[in-house]
Each structure stands twice: as C-alpha cells, then as structure tokens.
Design a protein around this ligand. Structure first.
Ligand code: GDP
Ligand code: MG
Length: 442
C-alpha cells in the first residue's frame, strides 16, 4: 500500500520532464514575444539559448502543459535576470555631500524631467537638500525648463549665466553645492538626437570635473532596439551606474530594459510613468518581465497549479504522518525541503508545534553536505526498503551503505532519525489540532 501511495506522489509532483522538443516549440513563441517587445535580436537569441539549456529536463507541474511550464521558466529567468543582484534598486548613492549625480542620455529621452523627478524624490523621501543645474547650453529653453520644474517641486536650481559652457557650469554647481550646504547636486546634461563624438566628449569632460557618485542613463522605454546601442555607447565612454527607463506609461513593452541590462550589466533603477513630477517609480522586475513577455495569464496559471499541488501534497503528507506513516520517501522529501529552506529550523518553523520538538531529534548536523549524504543513502535503497525501512537488516544495511560510499554507522543514524521523526509525527497526530496550536504558541 505504501508503495502505491508513493507512486501517486511521484505522479503528483512529476508528470514528466520537459523534452528538448517541448522546450524548442515553446521557445519559438517566446522568441516572437521578446522581439515584439522590442528586445534586440542578439539579446533575444542569447536569452533563448540560455533558457533552452536550463529548461530541458525540468519537471512539468500537473495540469499544466509543457509549453506553459516553459513560459513560467522564461518568466522567472527574466525576473531573475532583470533584478540582478542589485540589492538596493531605487536607491542612489548620495553619501559624502555634496554628492554629484550626472544625468546623461539622448535628446528627448526625458533627462530633464527625470532629473526633477529624482530631485523631488531625494527631497521628500530621503530628506535631502538638492541643487539642480542644467548643462544644456545648446537649447536655452532647456535651462528654463529645469528652472520651472525646480520652482514647481521646491528644489533650487543653479542661476543661469549666459554664454557659460557645460564644464564651467558643472564647476559652478559643485562650488555652489559646497558653499550652500547641499547634500546632492544634479547635473542635467545636453543630449543629441543620436550618439556623436561631440556629445560624448562634452559629457566626458563634465564627468571628469564632477566625479559623479551616480551616472544615470535616461532611456526612452519606447525606443526598443536603439536602446542597446545607446546604452552600450554611454557605458563604454562615460561609464554609467544605472538606468532610468522613461515613458513606461505608454504602450511600449519595455524590451529595452532587458537588452540594456544584458549588454551593460547595469541595473535599471527607476521607471518613468508620465510627465508629472511624481510619475516615477523604483524598478520592479516582476512588472517589466510580465510586460516584456506579455503572457501573464499563463504565468499565473502555472503558479496557481504549483500552489495547488504543494497544498495537496502537504495535506496528503500530514494525513499519513498522523497515522504514523513516515518512511524513507517522506524523510527524503523532508530533507530536500530542508535543503531548499536552509536547515532544520526552516522546516520545523513551518509546521505548527514542531519548533519545540525539533530539539528532540538527534542533532545530526544539518548542514548542506550532511543532507546530501543522507539523501545519497536513501537513494541507494530499493523502492521496497524506502517504503518499509523496518526491513533493513545487516546485509541490506551493508549493501546500501556501500552503494552510497558511506559506513553502516551513517546508515544507522539515518534510520534512527527516520524512526524519531515518525514517532514525533504520530504524537502530533494524536495531539489533534488544538493541541498542536497550543504547542506552537508556547
Ligand atoms: P530631455 O531632452 O532628455 O531632457 O527630455 P525631457 O525631460 O525634456 O522630456 C521630453 C518630453 O518627454 C517631455 O515632454 C516630457 O514631459 C516627456 N516625458 C519625460 N518622461 C516621461 C515619462 O516617463 N512618460 C511620459 N509620458 N512622458 C515623459
Ligand atoms: Mg533636457
């Protein structure tokens, strides 16, 4: 009976693995979605290739098609990749006042608007005293524009002096920021319609006098493919520290985010969602990933199926445990759970009433290495032995230990643990719900 039950378990958790073919078919659609979202071709190609390798062989959740499963894997990879390991997305380095922040990008990308939005955020959220300076000497109106925005949000702007060049303005901004006791000063540079040498040389010169704490590249989220080229160029010549993606209130799908992250490795820190001064958000990788892929329904369907299965599985297990059934298959899944959640504490903490009892189990040293060795022992058992560990006699023990490259004493410890956990589960079952809760609260 136990064997049959564990067979059911297997079917529940795994109804098969993704084949090369499954993955290829699904990824063809994903590829189209990425390109439609304006992800650049080389980036889409590389991303797909990485997924192909990663997804093949992964398990398919019950009641989900292989294709849907692949979409979910792609989605998770996208989120993971967009998030990077940037622990403080949405934050700017503004230590050692006055901290210079350099804003760069093409003309019309939203630099001036984003400069003011960020200044407002720094003022209101971080309680910083901010000075803004426009270095856009090409278009006098641009300087006025920043001054007007400054007035709206109550942030000071550097007085405009006609005829001054960008480097001179940057120097004056630094001086003013120091004298005026500002925490941050922001330099809003001029842009061009496309990358040219003159623009880059000017921005370089400004960078050299300002030595910015952050160099934010502002990119129009609707530009798609071109964004890669822009980001690559600015990063090579100026060295950017992060990206602000504007116009994400439009119907662009945001493929630029993926491309830029891929090419520069620099984090996307902010997202612009309109012309208004508070239409700025910190970057949420989940949202952009959903938009790029445009398959949100499938993703939530798979998530739902996974949750259902986890719940069903947990319920079935609990039922068995209460009856005192706890074999090596159960122990194995508990150990695997531990691996995932970082040790005994994690697992025990999840189950009501377990925290207190955890101490009663022989402390076998639940580090990752140990868990791996224990799982190896279980894998070395036959199906029948796993389901009925009480049949383990000397000769079986010898064979199993040898198979896992371990000693019989190691196996004995494992068997003891399985018995102890089984006893514990049985006790919990007898306690009933009220008892468990009481225990958990102590
Ligand atoms: P700059 O040339 O890079 O300084 O660009 P601007 O800041 O002057 O912005 C150009 C235009 O884009 C202005 O009309 C802004 O109001 C608009 N803009 C900037 N950011 C956003 C955004 O996130 N969403 C929308 N819808 N418009 C924006
Ligand atoms: Mg501007």
């Amino acid at each position: 009976l136990s064997d049959r039950l564990s067979g059911v378990f297997d079917k529940l958790t795994k109804q098969g693995a993704l084949s090369d073919e499954d993955v290829s078919v699904a990824l063809r659609e994903v590829r189209v979605a990425l390109l439609e979202a304006d992800v650049s071709l080389p980036v889409a190609r590389e991303f797909i290739k990485a997924i192909q390798e990663k997804a093949t062989g992964q398990a398919v959740t019950k009641s989900v098609t292989p294709g849907q499963q692949v979409v979910k894997i792609v989605h998770d990879e996208l989120v993971h990749f967009l998030a990077g390991d940037d622990a403080n997305a949405g934050e700017l380095k503004i230590d050692s006042p006055p901290a210079p922040i350099l804003m760069v990008g093409l003309q019309g990308s939203g630099k001036t608007t984003t400069t003011a939005k960020l200044a407002k955020r720094l003022k209101e959220k971080n309680k910083k005293k901010v000075l803004m300076a426009s270095l856009d000497t090409n278009r006098p109106a641009a300087m006025e524009q920043l001054a007007i925005l400054g007035g709206q949000i109550g942030v000071d702007t550097l007085p405009i002096i006609k005829g001054e060049n960008a480097v001179a303005i940057a120097k004056r901004a630094k001086q003013q920021a120091t004298l005026g006791g500002y925490d941050v000063y922001m330099l809003d540079t001029a842009g061009r319609l496309s990358i040219d040498d003159e623009l880059m040389a000017e921005v370089e010169a400004v960078r050299d006098v300002a030595t910015p704490r952050e160099t934010m590249l502002v990119v129009d989220g609707l530009t798609g493919q071109d964004a890669v080229h822009t980001a690559e160029n600015f990063d090579e010549r100026i060295g950017i520290s992060g990206v602000a993606l504007t116009r994400m209130d439009g119907d662009g799908r945001g493929g630029a985010a993926l491309s830029m992250r891929y090419v520069t490795g620099k984090p996307i820190k902010f997202v612009g969602l309109g012309e208004k001064m508070d239409a700025l958000e910190e970057f949420h990788p989940e949202r952009i990933a959903g938009r790029i892929l445009g398959m949100g329904d499938i993703v939530s369907l798979v998530e739902k199926a996974q949750e259902t299965i986890e719940a069903e599985q947990a319920e079935r297990m609990m039922k068995r445990f209460k009856k005192g059934q706890f074999n090596m298959n159960d122990l194995k899944s508990q150990l695997e759970q531990m691996q995932k959640m970082g040790g005994m504490e994690g697992v025990m903490g999840m189950m009501p009433g377990m925290k207190k009892m955890a101490g009663k189990i022989e402390d076998a040293g639940f580090d990752d290495k140990m868990i791996k060795r224990q799982i190896a022992l279980i894998q070395s058992m036959t199906k029948m032995e796993r389901a009925n560990p009480q049949i383990m006699q000397a000769s079986r023990k010898k064979r199993v230990a040898k198979g896992a490259g371990q000693d019989v004493s190691d196996l004995n410890r494992l068997l003891k643990m399985q018995r102890q956990m089984g006893d514990m589960m049985k006790k919990m079952g007898k306690m009933g719900k009220g008892g468990m809760m009481k225990q958990a609260m102590n």
